[in-house]
Design a protein around this ligand. Sequence first.
Ligand code: DGJ
Length: 719
Amino acid sequence: MPITAAPNEKGWLIETPGSLYAIGLDATGLPAQRYWGPSLPSDDWGQLLRGDTSPWRSDTSRPEEVQQEVLADGGVRWGVPGLQVVFPGGNQSLELRFVDARIDNEAAGQSTLVLSLADSLFAFSVHLHYRVRADSDVIERWMELESGEDAEGDVVLLRGDSANWFIDEADDYWYSSVNGHWGGETQLERGPLPVGDLTFSSRTGTTSHAANPWIMVHPQHATEEAGVIRTVSLGWSGSWHLTAQRRPEGGVSVTTGFGHEGVRLVLESGRRHVTPPSYGLATDGGFGETSRKWHAFAVRHLRPAVDELRPVLYNSWEATEFDVSEAQQMRLADKAAAIGAELFVLDDGWFGARTDDRRGLGDWHPNPDRFPNGLQPLADHVRGLGMGFGLWVEPEMVNPDSDLYRAHPDWVLHFEGRTRHEARNQLVLNFARDDVKQWALAWLDDLVSTYRLDFIKWDMNRSFTQAGWPENARDHGSLWLGHTRAVYDIMATLRERHPFLRIESCSGGGGRVDFGMMQVIDQFWTSDNTDALDRQTIQHGFSQLYPAITMCNWVTDSPNPITARVVPLQYRFHVAMAGALAIGGDLDSWSDAELDEAAEQVALYKEIREVIQLGALHRLGGRPGAGLTAVQYVRENSVVVLSYEPRRSLERGARRTVLRRLDPAAFYVDQRTGRRFSGAYLMQRGLVLHDELNTHPGNGSLRFSNRDYLSALTRLTRS
Ligand code: DGJ
């Protein structure tokens, strides 16, 4: 039984294949975490529930409060709150008491524990949910808040986090997280966790480029291969916050949830608010094991199309930007098909008066000057070449210079009498309004049906500001929740109505990458920065939690249109192959030799993509982009290693990449050279990057090449 109650009904144990989570009732009678970490023998469980550690406390500090499962603001406490409400009449002090527990071990492969609490004065209850799946160590938690039918007035929710996770006393606490900016998303950061409160958040109405809703807490010396790592993440694609609170007395709590400071929700009597899920994972095998467990969970339990592989797509944005026409797109489609693309995506500029980013957004019908016969001839042409057909859309946005805005100026986020500031010349439509949501669903449904679209790239290029909803002035705050939920709903409905449709989440690159969005899409657009060297660090950060199959990477032109960096085509391919390979260059400007090389690389990728997209990932060799690093993927008997050395060092000479987690006693054959190695050899001695270059005799006494941007793809098959 994955979830069990203690005989006295005052404790609960959640067991996953490799971890354990224990909850007891503390001295105040409220559920508190007793343990969260790698599995322990059941003989010890009784100890855990006794809660034998009592930290030092004083009249100004109650350190144990951070162990509570819900950090309710009320009573004697001074820590960061996870649940804050204002009751009718202005009472702001919650006094919760434990009511009952329910365990549901019934559903196939999953179990849920529900702990219910109620306020002692007001008709307000809190239900804490814990769900586990038989094949994963990830624990999914969320909270349901209920304002009773007999509540006398509205309850205002100032903060309603999904969960609080406690990390017990340790010698040192370090954290890992990712931050970034447009063109430089998911940069991995590691450092000591300070005593105090460390908050990551987004106030943009999206997940954001600046931060991503997860943190890992671990010892300083944890590595890819060793160390107990605890990760907390949030499945939400709108504004969010995550606070890691390290107490001076010891212990860290991580509380995370929807919204940011100042966003309030009104709970009328009888209304129930369900928070987005927070996911927690405790592992004992370093960062590598942590990532592999997140990847497996995401692929099996979050992505809608579980085992389906991503096709190689061609997107024409970098080739043509807004200057699109039927003939030119057909020509690009011919070239894309010739190098092996399986899906052709026409990006921005195909609709309304959208000849640049100043007009037309919101008018979702093909531009008659550019596509005089609509998009059907292009769709037919693309399909005639054997490819699927996809379109770019940005449904949540409108240019003020559009027919839509002229007809519905009230549809955008705004406050009466305030300036409607534009960003990228656009405003945000309020998807929390049902009429706006229905309008978007109707035209998207029609667009997908008309062209039987295989794919949409759903973009979102403007952060929320002045987020007002004058028709619902009592509860402006609900738009922050309602908007994101409407986006999820529309995507889910489109998928239901058009089972062949696949969706890419884009937000000016990787501004909406998270476990919430992952449940309705197939892949993320990782970054607008397609420079292979910059991409290595972006992909490294992305891979910490999110699987390769969801990471779309384009091979584009050199010099790179954003960074002007010149990188060889093979290196660009090898970097892009580390996820869902795609092509985004201006194929009209590629030489015949480059097109031939591209065709070879695409064909090769198709042979190995199952291993890359669904295999177990190992990051080898430290931080990418500087020295020699590699990514290794293992699926059944196949191993693929992508190695990169952007800068050659004369002093170091040939360097080796030591592989991981192979069978030491088995033999592996290099598919290109036919050489046969034992697993033990590959894990002790390793592979040499570009053997033939390292033994090149032409450099006099220097018996290796000093060329920059060396890369290699090695395929090994267990014999
Ligand atoms: C931002 C996206 O990230 C780009 O890939 C492209 O689709 C443009 N928007 C189009 O306006």
